[in-house]
Design a protein around this ligand. Sequence first.
Ligand SMILES: Cc1cc2nc3c(=O)[nH]c(=O)nc-3n(C[C@H](O)[C@H](O)[C@H](O)COP(=O)(O)O)c2cc1C
Ligand code: SF4
Length: 442
Amino acid sequence: MERKYPHLTSPITVAGVTFRNRMFSAPMGGTDITNDGCIGPKSTAFYELRSKGGAAAVTVSECMVHESDGSHAYRLNPAILNSLACATYTADAIRRHGGMPSLELSHSGMFAGTYMTDKTKQKTMKQWGPMDTVRPDGVEVQGMTKDMIDEIVKSYGDVAAMAKRAGFEMIMIHGGHGWLINQFLSPLFNQRTDEYGGSLENRCRLAKEILTSVREAVGPRFPIEFRMSGSEFCEGGYGIEEGIEIAKQLESYVDILHVSAGTYQKTFGITHPSMFEEHGRNVFLAAEIKKHVSVPVATLGGLNDPEQMEEIIASGKADIVYMGRALLADPYLPQKVTENRDDEIVRCLRCFTCMAERAATSTRRCTVQQLVVDIRLSFARRNQSLVEFLRVSRLFHLNMKCISLQVHTRSLLEMLVLKSDLIQKLQRNMLRRKMLMQLLSQ
Ligand SMILES: Cc1cc2nc3c(=O)[nH]c(=O)nc-3n(C[C@H](O)[C@H](O)[C@H](O)COP(=O)(O)O)c2cc1C
Ligand code: SF4
């Protein structure tokens, strides 16, 4: 079979590990964490599904490396009874379907506890950051001493060693999005006057020490990926020119440079490009950085169109594309691309329901995936296939995105896209939807 997307579906070998294609699953998580900080069974199933759907690497998201961080509450810690076992089950579940299990290690620094629903507990936590300061929400942050830095650096190595023991085949170090390592890289947060602040080289020192500690723990021929923001896109933060310099400083310590963008705190809709942004609006950052480094470069941000992703790889803008929400909307996207079934892809709307659901239900419910599952079940009962559903929906010129929005996130969407033509499309499709639903219930 001749592949429609030969570059996107071609394997890539990094540090001795061969990945089956260029479509990697971005870290998405923070849900189904057990009370003692282990990955719960539903999270394992969540990551397993991404591997089953054909992603070449599946990143298990933000594992905290140190007790001073309570943001994402998942720990890999020998003091926790089931910690290693749960991580091992997850890594094995991913590998079972041919995807490479990768673990993202992170520390939230001065923004520790961001996602804690218990805000009182959050205020009692220690907040470690580059500087003594008070956060906008009144929480005090303690500037890290050399001893504290050494402790964090060591903890990254310790957790990386455990991750390798559990069967992870790659480590992603989160150095972007405004968390601890990014706070040190950023002139906005870091005004230290010691060897960790000031010059770019000094601001990169913590990242280098952490990467060295991780390398010592995992050894050679084990991919280490560094996730960075190519630009912080905010006043006082660094831009792409410094992003390039940071990449140059760090490239000899890593096997993949993963170029994301912005920060959670200031540019959420750029880090996770909203529906008002262009698909792939951050690809230019990776493309610029790639001109200056020799390690493979990954890009992401609002990508879900195989043609666009093929062009990114074919034209050399990046070597790998990561997808977060696109794989939440359709975990089988990589498989469909590989089998030339791209017309069956269920596209992410970038509606942010998955984000809102964490606060509301501690899950990653997705607007469109849920709808398809619902309708697929209806058809299964009637012994008809999803393909049949798609045929019928096309017959009715039905915009599936609009139906699902109406079903699950109408009020959220009305807030978000009052001016968008999606609402108009939605209204136009109401009638057609009714007809379809009648058909389904027959
Ligand atoms: C539901 C959800 C959870 C996420 N969780 C994490 C996370 O734990 N760690 C992280 O580094 N990025 C996280 N991200 C950011 C994604 O990895 C990715 O950078 C971002 O969503 C942009 O890619 P996309 O447009 O393909 O979704 C999350 C994104 C989403 C949508
Ligand atoms: S909930 Fe919305 S933004 Fe999240 S993956 Fe689904 S369609 Fe995309």
